[in-house]
Write a protein of this length. Sequence first.
Length: 223
Amino acid sequence: MTTYCDLPVCFCWTRFGTEAGQTIEQILIRKEQERQANKGTFFWGIGNSVGPGIDALVRRCSNPEVLFSPIKGTPRFVDVAPESVVAWTLAETLSGEEYPLPRHSLITSRQNNSSSKRTHYALVCSSDSPLSLPVPTSELSFRNLRNVLSGKPLGVSQITAIVTRDKSDQQAGVVYKVSLRANLAPPYFLRLRNPEAIPVNGDSGKNWAGRVHSVWQERMSSC
């Protein structure tokens, strides 16, 4: 059954899939452990800055939400087998204040060795429910989404955006399933700095999922 009435009109929307050599199932297992360790809070890395839109969203909504939809199509090779993977170690808020990342958190992204990026971003999310992929019961029509600041339709390359939803035509255009929902929690959005390379060793080679898992297990076992 598809439902629409419970979906917010204004929200953060992000599409997910294989990223930094890790499948979405592997990422969600780690994020669920992160959520449990941080009493409901987890951090979702994104590649583009949505800071001004987040600021507008939290002014409009007392309980801002983020909705997650699977990316359509086959994962890109660069996401399946990146040159390198980094963990982001420093964060700051929209106002530029330092934000100490909890010990039991790990935000990763792929890195291009020839043109490494120095900045990444993350959504600060909160959920009382376990992170899993249940059978979706809600859908979003891509054509009905508008950028909250400009009012313009979304571009196809916008993976994460702050949007409003036109409820007048629910089935118009390409439809995306809503697979996960979470609240956005203060400070809502982070700018990440100081990337540290996930080490590669002789045993795992560039098995990035295995290496990230090892780093995460070390972090979870530390006091």
